[in-house]
Design a protein around this ligand. Structure first.
Ligand code: AMP
Length: 376
C-alpha cells in the first residue's frame, strides 16, 4: 500500500461539483488538488490549486498533468480509456481504468453484473430495429431502451409501452448501441455509497433512499426506510461488487427495490454520488474524504451519522424568478446550503443542494424540501 502524504498533489479527472467537494475535503487535510477537464473556471477548478483545461483526447496534456501529480482519481466516469492509460504510465490511478471502462457503458456494466451473479432486470443488446422487435417480444412491455454509453439522469432513454413505440424509440438512439431493459415496477429507489481502501478495507453508509423527479435525483435521506433484510442484502451486494473490482475509492450502487422486497442493481457510479452528498456534514467522514483517504492509501474514516440526514437538490429551476431567498431557507438552523459556483442556472442543471438533519430521516427530508420551497 502506497501512502501519499499531505502536501502531495492529487490529480482529478473531471471538474464538476463532485470534484469541488473532493477538493474541499482534500485541502482540509493539506493536500493540493489539480483538476483536468475541457472546462475552465469550473466548480472543481474554483476550489482546487491548479486547473488544466484541455481535451481528454489531448494525450500530451494528459501526460504533462500526470507527471505533475502524485496520484490520480476521477469525479466523472466518461473519461476515455486512452486518457487513463496515458496517465497510468506515470502515476497510480484509482479506481483502475478497467473499472471505468466497464461502468461507463450500460451494456458492459450489466454484462459484468449478470455474469457475476448480481441481480439486474432482464436486458438485451440492441443494434438494429429487428433486434429490438425480437427483444421486446422476449422481455415484454413495458420496457426501456437506453443508449449503451454516455447516458445519465434519464438522458438517452425511451420507454416502450406498445409495438407502436418501437420505431420512435429506436430512432431516439441515433444509431448508437443500445440496451433494452425490462421496466421495473419498483417500490422505491435506494443506493449504497461505500468506499474500499487499497488494503481491502470496506466502509459504507448503509442504505440511502432516493426520490427522483423527471429522472433526476430530487431528495435523498438516510437511513432509508427498509427492512433489516434489504439493508443487509444491499450492503452485501455493494461490498461484493467493490471486492470483485478490487475497487479503490468511493463508489455508489444504485438499486431498485421491488414491491416483493427484491433489490435489483440499476447502475454503479465509480465515484462519489449525488445521493451521498448527505454524508458531507451529517457524517463523521464524508464520501469525499473517504475518496481522499482511499486513493492516498490511508485508513478509511467512520461512516457514522451524527443524526439522520436528508438532501434536496437545487436545480437551475430554483432561479426562475431571480436570486433565491437564501435567508428564508436558512431560517431553519439545521439547514446547510451547498452551491457549486456555477453561474448559469439553466432548468434541470444541478446548481447546489441543501442538507438537513433531524431526529428521524423522514423529518429531515421534509425539512430539506420545505427549505427549498422557501427559496422561491
Ligand atoms: P438511469 O439513467 O438508468 O439511472 O435512469 C434514471 C431513472 O429512470 C432511474 O433512477 C429510474 O427512476 C428510471 N428508470 C431507469 N431504468 C428503469 C427501469 N428499467 N425500470 C424502471 N425505471 C427505470
Amino acid at each position: 500500500m502506497k501512502t501519499i502524504s499531505p502536501n502531495s498533489t492529487i490529480g482529478i479527472f473531471g471538474s464538476g461539483q463532485l470534484g469541488r467537494m473532493f477538493a474541499i475535503e482534500a485541502s482540509k487535510m493539506g493536500y493540493r488538488v489539480h483538476t483536468f477537464s475541457p472546462d475552465s473556471n469550473s466548480p472543481t477548478g474554483q476550489a482546487a490549486d491548479a486547473e488544466t483545461a484541455a481535451s481528454y483526447d489531448d494525450l500530451d496534456a494528459v501526460r504533462k498533468f500526470a507527471r505533475s501529480v502524485d496520484v490520480i482519481t476521477f469525479e466523472f466516469e466518461n473519461v476515455p480509456s486512452a486518457t487513463v492509460e496515458a496517465a497510468a504510465q506515470f502515476v497510480d490511478v484509482h479506481p483502475k481504468g478497467e473499472i471505468l471502462h466497464t461502468t461507463q457503458n450500460r451494456l458492459r456494466e450489466k454484462t459484468f453484473l449478470a455474469g457475476n451473479g448480481f441481480p439486474v432486470t432482464p436486458f438485451r443488446h440492441i443494434r438494429t430495429l429487428d433486434e429490438l422487435k425480437n427483444a421486446v417480444d422476449e422481455i415484454g412491455t413495458p420496457c426501456v431502451l437506453k443508449t449503451a454509453g454516455f447516458g445519465y439522469d434519464g438522458k438517452g432513454q425511451a420507454k416502450i409501452v406498445s409495438a407502436d413505440d418501437l420505431e420512435a424509440a429506436f430512432a431516439a438512439m441515433k444509431g448508437n448501441d443500445a440496451v433494452l431493459e425490462a421496466f421495473v415496477d419498483f417500490e422505491k429507489e435506494v443506493s449504497v455509497v461505500c468506499a474500499r481502501g487499497q488494503d481491502g478495507e470496506f466502509a459504507h453508509y448503509g442504505i440511502i433512499e432516493n426520490e427522483h423527479k423527471n429522472h433526476i435525483l430530487d431528495v435523498s435521506f438516510a437511513p432509508a426506510i427498509v427492512s433489516e433484510k434489504v439493508y443487509a442484502e444491499g450492503v452485501e451486494i455493494a461490498r461484493n461488487i467493490a471486492e470483485k473490482f478490487s475497487y479503490v475509492g468511493t463508489m455508489c450502487v444504485e438499486f431498485f427495490l421491488t414491491s416483493g422486497g427484491d433489490l435489483l442493481v440499476n447502475e454503479i457510479a465509480p465515484r462519489p454520488h449525488n445521493s451521498g452528498h448527505l454524508t458531507f456534514g451529517p457524517c463523521v467522514t464524508s464520501q469525499f474524504e473517504q475518496q481522499v483517504r482511499a486513493v492516498c492509501g490511508l485508513p478509511l474514516g467512520s461512516t457514522a451519522f451524527y443524526r439522520p440526514a436528508a438532501m434536496a437538490n437545487l436545480l437551475g429551476d430554483v432561479w426562475a424568478n431571480g436570486e433565491p431567498n437564501w435567508a428564508a431557507a436558512m431560517k431553519d438552523p439545521d439547514v446547510k446550503i451547498h452551491l457549486y459556483g456555477k453561474t448559469d442556472p439553466r432548468p434541470g442543471r444541478k446548481m447546489g443542494h441543501i442538507t438537513t438533519t433531524a431526529n428521524d430521516a423522514a423529518l429531515a427530508a421534509e425539512a430539506a424540501a420545505t427549505a427549498r420551497n422557501n427559496l422561491i
